[in-house]
Design a binder for this molecule. Sequence first.
Ligand SMILES: *[C@@H]1O[C@H](CO)[C@@H](O)[C@H](O)[C@H]1NC(C)=O
Ligand SMILES: *[C@@H]1O[C@H](CO)[C@@H](O)[C@H](O)[C@H]1NC(C)=O
Ligand SMILES: *[C@@H]1O[C@H](CO)[C@@H](O)[C@H](O)[C@H]1NC(C)=O
Ligand SMILES: *[C@@H]1O[C@H](CO)[C@@H](O)[C@H](O)[C@H]1NC(C)=O
Length: 257
Amino acid sequence: MECSMIFLVSNIVLLLSSSALAKTASPPSLSPTPAPAPAPDFVNLTDLLTVAGPFHTFLGLLQSTKVIDTFQNQANNTDEGITIFVPKDSAFSALKKPSLSKLTSDEIKQVILFHALPHFYALADFKNLSQTSSTPTFAGGDYTLNFTDDSGTVRLNSGWSKTKVTSAVHATDPVAVYQVDRVLLPEAIFGTDIPPAPAPAPTPDIAPAADSPTEHSAESRSSSPSSTPDGSSSYKIISYGIWCNLVLATFGVSVLL
Ligand SMILES: *[C@@H]1O[C@H](CO)[C@@H](O)[C@H](O)[C@H]1NC(C)=O
Ligand SMILES: *[C@@H]1O[C@H](CO)[C@@H](O)[C@H](O)[C@H]1NC(C)=O
Ligand SMILES: *[C@@H]1O[C@H](CO)[C@@H](O)[C@H](O)[C@H]1NC(C)=O
Ligand SMILES: *[C@@H]1O[C@H](CO)[C@@H](O)[C@H](O)[C@H]1NC(C)=O
């Protein structure tokens, strides 16, 4: 009887002291120390298009028409931001008929302006954008593009050019740069007398996963903050204390019975 009383008292003392220990342990830091706010990122479009791609033809046209300044200004100085569709060099070399060679320099400029929208659109925004019948581009007026969201694949239609976004080169507000398979040719220049499309070749891309664009943005590669060793060790002390309490409480109850 006495013995069990002593046992019970010692149990209670242990219980109290262990819970006291748990209380004195510093609380677990659940949220990691806040990372410093990222600096508003200035995107140098020339640099971006130089390293990705190859987009040398498009970049050359951007520079010769001075449209690069228009786009860079939009990226720098507006809340709207910009979305640019950039054809690879191979898209320009595949361009047979109609070609850009017969165009005036003003028309070339319009074609280049036609490749951008005066607003930042993330890939997810194109689902909404496909509801609108035709989206105005930087070239203004009749220079519009139609978008469709094909379960995650963004398809573009200019009448003359049907293509899709094959890669996201950069997609951080306010600058989106998407790689496309073809040069976008506007009806406003080439007319609506579009020759019927050739019979579709058997498409090798059966897997829809291969269709979805990949993110090449440099920002996405930055490592996530590692958890602090202090936080995890204090967390262990607490959970140890809880365990002790549980075991001792169970023990105490069993002694009482
Ligand atoms: C972007 O980078 C290029 C080459 O590195 C440089 O010539 C140009 O001045 C830069 N543009 C801006 C807007 O900073
Ligand atoms: C864009 O911003 C950069 C960096 O602040 C500056 O060097 C460049 O001249 C700006 N360009 C335009 C067109 O606003
Ligand atoms: C969807 O587009 C309409 C205009 O067509 C716009 O008013 C609305 O804010 C958009 N919604 C989202 C969620 O972006
Ligand atoms: C875009 O969609 C509108 C409305 O559906 C249609 O009238 C127009 O012809 C389309 N333009 C192209 C280039 O397909």
